[in-house]
Design a protein around this ligand. Structure first.
Ligand code: SF4
Ligand code: SF4
Length: 149
């Protein structure tokens, strides 16, 4: 039997389906630096102050936009803006017509599989409270786009 993500285009998913696509990796909640000249985006190993670095979940998801104005909300209307997402992110994978990987919770049936596979940020990031913004550049990492930890 096919999953909804195989039969329903991103633009036609309902809210529950859209939310279920998130694998809980926490990567999009890392601080990013953009090269002003090239527009290239670099991820750092510094997480948003609201990210729980153990569970990789937002600690105040319902009020996140009020508390963190720069939080980037994903929705079907922004599909064309998904290029900055990690290559492992389900929204980007589906936008690029790729399959979900075996560690994705919708495939494995287990929310922990994203952590066991080493895909999530669990155990390898610092909260932004602990790093001055002037030092973020020293924390640029390249594992964000790796499909295995
Ligand atoms: S990068 Fe994608 S899959 Fe990972 S937490 Fe963000 S939205 Fe969810
Ligand atoms: S406010 Fe929450 S969802 Fe938004 S970047 Fe921070 S931790 Fe992630």
């Amino acid at each position: 039997m096919s999953g909804f993500w195989e039969t329903t285009p991103l633009s036609q998913m309902n809210h529950a389906q859209w939310e279920a696509l998130c694998d809980g990796c926490g990567k999009c909640c890392l601080q990013k630096l953009e090269d002003e000249d090239s527009g290239e985006v670099f991820y750092t190993a510094i997480s948003c102050t609201l990210l729980d670095t153990d569970t990789c979940r937002c600690q105040d998801y319902p009020h996140r936009l009020a508390r963190v104005p720069e939080c980037l909300t994903l929705n079907p209307g922004k599909i064309s803006e998904l290029h900055w997402l990690p290559t492992t992110c389900a929204y980007r994978l589906l936008a690029e017509k790729k399959d979900l990987p075996e560690w994705h919770p919708l495939i494995s049936g287990d929310p922990e599989s994203v952590h066991r596979a080493g895909i999530s940020v669990k155990g390898r990031v610092l909260s932004e409270e602990h790093v001055h913004e002037d030092e973020w550049q020293e924390h640029i990492v390249h594992w964000v786009d790796e499909s295995e930890g």
